[in-house]
Ligand binder design. Structure first.
Ligand code: PLP
Length: 404
């Protein structure tokens, strides 16, 4: 009899979005006349921009001609894209990253879920609380998380770094030392962003203790403040302790196209082994490369026209973020995020729990958001709204919320 991977049985994650879907469906069925506005899920809504579409069409035509047809992509990505990433995201920012340290992938979710494979099972993992659930769940599947404590809402072997209003929802360096530390800045779900000085402290901490930081920069394009770094490699010594993950989803709208990359510096060595070589081996064995046409679309993101258009997309969503932030503030809500991030993180009013506020908002304003507690126990009493909607629906949602 085949035995399943029992660690999968310890997963709790699907509870959040399935519960949301159930509640919203039940409400919609009972209230067919109500127009529900969804500001819950972090998916983009704007179409791909003309330059991206042009590059996709051109690449598709190349695939139709035997002289330019491409089969398997190189495992680690096409040189044209690794070059564009390296020049624009690193060298232009003074970061000493080489093209062979960049691994093109199909997104930051797969990378953030898969990266744990190159670490030993007994490694101690640290995550922020609240947190993007993939970091925790992928370690649960790998058997690294221990047992789930229902009452605490936490796994016994995972180290949780509490993020609260008191520290601006940025993690503070803990006493206990972890082997692998997941950081996400700008943050999903809280919208908080670490300044360069704050991030430098994490880099120094990791270097002093031999830890490795997995730095998820999926929302880098939303940074608006000058003291917030766009890459962890802007910090001194980061190439010796950090892996960085990027996505084309939230800047260029590739959530459906799928493209991202990981940076694993050659200087990042543990136990005498370069993690770059481990990740290259993993990629070569388990991954057959992002599609040629999508990598060409990724290259177009870095063209002068592409950059202008991508800025237009980010500005569009950030206009929504500003509207939500200012509207809720004016109405007396305590709100965070929305400045370097498309997420608005609000304190629920009248000491409501996250789920009580979810029900309240759904019933009274017909607006769907995400209960903060779904991202970790420190998210209790908070609520996430996203700015990825249209201007019209976002404005209507805010107007409804403030008029409850
Ligand atoms: N990392 C974080 C923190 C996210 O919030 C998300 C998406 O919501 C991702 C990664 C996923 O990125 P991708 O679409 O590139 O897989």
């Amino acid at each position: 009899m085949v035995k399943i991977n029992e660690d999968y049985q310890k997963l709790q994650g699907s509870y959040l979005f399935s519960t949301i879907a159930k509640k919203v469906n039940a409400f919609a069925e009972a209230n067919p006349d109500k127009k529900i506005i969804r500001l819950g899920i972090g998916d983009v809504t704007r179409p791909l921009t003309p330059t991206i579409i042009g590059s996709l069409h051109k690449a598709v035509d190349e695939m139709a001609d035997e002289k330019t047809f491409r089969g398997y992509a190189p495992d680690l990505g096409y040189d044209f894209l690794r070059h564009a990433v390296c020049e624009n995201d690193y060298r232009a920012r003074g970061c000493a990253i080489d093209e062979d340290e960049i691994f093109i992938s199909d997104g930051a979710k797969p990378d953030s879920g898969n990266i744990q494979e190159i670490f030993a099972k007994e490694c101690k993992i640290a995550v922020c609380d609240p947190v993007y659930p993939v970091y925790v769940d992928s370690n649960v599947m790998a058997g690294r998380a221990g047992d789930y404590d229902e009452a605490a809402g936490r796994y016994s072997n995972i180290m949780y770094i509490p993020c609260s209003a008191a520290n601006g929802f940025n993690p503070e360096i803990p006493q206990e030392i972890a082997d692998v530390i997941y950081l996400c800045s700008p943050n999903n779900p809280t919208g908080a962003a670490l300044t360069k000085d704050e991030l430098q402290k994490w880099v120094d901490h990791a270097n002093a203790n031999g830890s490795v930081i997995i730095f998820d920069a999926a929302y880098e394009a939303y940074i608006s403040e000058a003291d917030v770094p766009h890459s962890i490699y802007e910090c001194k010594g980061a190439t010796e302790c950090a892996i960085e993950l990027h996505s084309f989803s939230k800047n260029a709208g590739f959530t459906g196209l799928r493209l991202g990359y990981a940076v694993v510096p050659k200087a990042l060595v543990r136990g005498g082994v370069s993690l770059n070589s481990l990740w290259a081996r993993r990629h070569a064995t388990k991954y057959n490369g992002a599609p040629y046409i999508v990598q060409r679309a990724g290259e177009a993101v870095y063209s002068p026209e592409g950059k202008k258009e991508i800025k237009g997309l980010v500005d569009f969503y950030m206009e929504n973020a500003k509207y939500i932030l200012e509207g809720l503030k004016k109405a007396g809500y305590t709100v965070f995020g929305g400045v370097n991030s498309p997420y608005i993180w609000l304190k629920t009013p009248d000491d409501m729990t996250s789920w009580e506020f979810f029900d309240h908002l759904l019933e009274k304003a017909n607006v769907v958001g995400t209960p903060g507690v779904g991202f970790g126990s420190c998210g209790e009493g908070y609520f996430r709204l996203t700015s990825f909607g249209s201007h019209e629906s976002t404005r209507e949602a805010v107007d409804r919320i403030v008029n409850i």
